[in-house]
Design a protein around this ligand. Structure first.
Ligand code: ATR
Length: 284
């Protein structure tokens, strides 16, 4: 690492923070782009979040990435925010502007959009089934709309939450939004062009999704935003049936691009070298 007194400093704030991949990701790009700067992991308790953000601003930080449990608080304290943050009610990027204002963005939505675009191109006229109704699902709706999806059917274990998300986001998107329960999947499988999982099911330490890919047309793709493990049971099932699969690492890499650019002034590239670097780090 090269860091001088003029170095550009940003943080990543969470509790806990030791598991965060962001320092590894940004560290790779800082080296590649030969930037005089650093992304510092900061373990901050929920009740201290706002005070720490104020202190980082005073200390000249460029901004911070924000992870659990602070994403809603980050959104709440910002002076301005993008559509994805508004839709999710949560932000994972805070940019500290020199005049003192704080901008919040939800780059998870950008990451999902760019990962899908890289693998599938746009989604004009396509029907998507989206699993989950949390903050990640809300950001995904914005991303799918931006890619031109004609219909997004939101399915959740608790269908009331899916209905709530569809109702709340309808005014923000051109895609037709529908909602239902996970049990509706078999009826929808044949007409879906893309299945996206935004639930935490399938993540290490969590149960797998109680859902089979069976019935999906051969040309349809399956994406899982979980990256730990890289191949979730859902993706293993989809791969075995010959579908295009998209793992969570693409979204993870792409969500970091706008943050790195905002902090360090260079737009970094998502490359196979970065993917290999992260795969090694996740496997370590
Ligand atoms: P995030 O903000 O990351 O989306 P969240 O708000 O905690 O996280 O949402 C987690 C999502 O995963 C929810 O949609 C949740 O379903 P419920 O709303 O019914 O709780 C979903 N989820 C978690 N575990 C699941 C499981 N085992 N099977 C199906 N869905 C699950």
């Amino acid at each position: 690492m090269t860091l001088t007194g003029k170095g550009k400093i940003a943080g990543v704030i969470g509790w806990p923070i030791a598991h965060s991949v962001s320092p590894t990701l940004h560290g790779y790009w800082l080296g590649e782009e030969k930037v005089d700067g650093a992304l510092v992991p900061l373990a901050v308790k929920r009740e201290d979040f706002a005070r720490v953000v104020g202190a980082l601003q005073l200390a000249g930080f460029r901004g911070a990435n924000v992870t659990l449990p602070h994403k809603e608080a980050a959104f709440a304290l910002a002076d301005q925010c993008d559509d994805a943050a508004k839709a999710a009610g949560a932000a994972n990027l805070l940019i500290f502007h020199p005049q003192g204002s704080i901008e919040a963005r939800n780059t998870d939505s950008v990451g999902l959009r760019e990962s899908l675009r890289e693998s599938l191109g746009d989604l004009k006229g396509r029907a998507v089934v989206l699993l989950g109704a949390g903050g990640a699902a809300r950001g995904a709706v914005v991303a799918l709309n931006e890619l031109g999806a004609s219909r997004v059917h939101i399915l959740n274990r608790d269908p009331d939450k899916a209905a709530h998300v569809a109702k709340a986001l309808k005014p923000m998107v051109a895609s037709t939004l529908e909602a239902g329960a996970l049990e509706d999947w078999p009826k929808l499988a044949a007409s879906a062009d893309l299945l996206v999982n935004t639930t935490s099911a399938g993540m290490t330490g969590h149960p797998a999704l109680a859902l089979e890919v069976a019935g999906l047309k051969p040309s349809a793709a399956v994406m899982d935003i979980v990256y730990n493990p890289l191949e979730t049971p859902l993706l293993t099932d989809a791969k075995a049936r010959g579908h295009i699969t998209i793992d969570g690492l693409g979204m993870l890499m792409h969500q970091a691009v706008p943050s790195f650019e905002a902090f360090f002034g260079v737009r970094p590239k998502v490359t196979s070298g970065l993917r290999k670097h992260l795969e090694r780090s996740l496997n370590a």
